[in-house]
Ligand binder design. Structure first.
Ligand code: AHG
Ligand code: MN
Ligand code: MN
Length: 351
């Protein structure tokens, strides 16, 4: 008997299926997600052209609010997001890594029910070398009514997100998102211009073999972080004094660090592992941004059975104090991140 091939499903049809789980849904949320997939297709097209077309690669003359050089593709992706989102009046406010202030788009009663915060191009310093980059987004529901859209709508904790996800522009382009009903991945078929369901209900392993951290900052880490990473590398519960020159084979983890958070996170989500961006001397809160990077990926991680922490508590419980607030981030396989959180907290208690 011949086996039936697995079903082909577009992202739109999958989103409509999820929408049908909420009989009162108006469709505006599904419309918003669909707008994001459209922006992703345009950015993907442009990323794939980089290297062939002049004036796409390289830096602009500007810096963003965090003092980082804005690459031309950062700027391009940011503008695409601003132009594609909320075409059906679903969005009242947008926050971008590249813009100092949030953009208020719709304050009318009964419309503009969502706030979207995004990192339009993540890992953009890698773009000139044809290394994977990404886009990250989080969606919150508006709290206020009428024309009073304000900072209390924007500054909500990650646990209040109604959906979150990312796009990875890699050897293929993938769109991965969760609206609280599992984490699903869709691969772009460029000839069709459609995202097709390729990774249904992603579950990340509880423990992994990979840790991802920029170890060049090791001299500037706190002793607690240094010791925690040492244990990841040499095997947990080993004392520094009992270590010989080489770790026992198989006792520790392996390291992989691309320098594009989306790409490092995506690999660890599928294979199991942890991504770490600890604080270090000169950056007491690390580098990553709570609202446009940490909180959205934390929602994805938790819905896939993983966990995300700032070293003391779940990323999802922290209420941001400003759009560009930074946070230390430990994210990935549940047991591994819980171990990191426990190890860092114990070390802090001992001080
Ligand atoms: P962005 O390109 O959006 O500014 O983000 C870059 C981030 C993240 O993608 C990556 O993991 C991290 O910066 C790398 O930072 P370091 O070079 O300090 O390791
Ligand atoms: Mn980023
Ligand atoms: Mn960015």
């Amino acid at each position: 008997m011949a086996l039936l091939p697995s079903n082909l499903q577009t992202i739109e049809s999958h989103m409509l299926e999820v929408q049908s789980l909420h009989p009162t849904a108006s469709g505006s949320f599904t419309g918003l997600l669909s707008d994001i997939t459209f922006a992703a297709k345009i950015i993907s097209r442009e990323v794939n052209k980089a290297g062939l077309v002049e004036d796409i690669l390289g830096a602009t003359d500007e810096e963003n609010v965090q003092g980082e050089v804005i690459q031309k593709l950062d700027d391009y992706a940011n503008n695409i997001f601003l132009r594609c989102l909320g075409t059906r009046g679903q969005v009242c406010m947008m926050g971008s890594e590249e813009l100092a202030d949030p953009v208020i788009t719709d304050t009318r009663e009964g419309s503009g029910n969502y706030i979207v915060v995004f990192d339009p191009l993540d890992g953009s310093s890698n773009i000139d070398a044809n290394v994977s980059v990404g886009t990250i987004f989080g969606i919150w529901r508006r709290k206020s009514r009428l024309d009073k859209v304000g900072m209390e709508d924007l500054l909500q904790p990650g646990m209040e997100q109604v959906a979150a996800g990312y796009v990875i522009y890699g050897s293929s382009t993938m769109f991965v998102y969760t609206a609280g009903h599992g984490v699903h991945g869709f691969t772009l078929d460029p000839s069709l211009g459609e995202f097709l369901l390729s990774h249904e209900n992603i579950q990340t392993p509880f423990r992994g073999k990979i840790y991802s951290v920029n170890e060049a900052y090791e001299p500037r880490w706190t002793p607690e972080v240094r010791e925690m990473v040492r244990q990841l590398k040499y095997g947990r519960h080993t004392k520094a004094s009992s270590r010989k020159d080489k770790p026992t084979a198989g006792s520790g983890m392996s390291t992989r660090y691309i320098g594009s958070l989306v790409a490092d996170f995506h690999r660890n989500l599928l294979y199991g592992g942890v991504y770490l961006y600890p604080p270090y001397e000169g950056r007491p809160q690390g580098k990553l941004r709570m609202m446009c990077e940490a909180a959205p990926l934390a929602m994805v991680a938790e819905n896939a059975g993983g966990y995300a922490s700032n070293g003391q508590e779940s990323i999802l419980t922290v209420k941001p104090t400003e759009l560009h607030m930074r946070t230390p981030l430990y994210i990935g396989s549940r047991d591994d991140v819980l171990w990191i959180e426990k190890t860092l907290s114990k070390a802090e208690e001992a001080i």
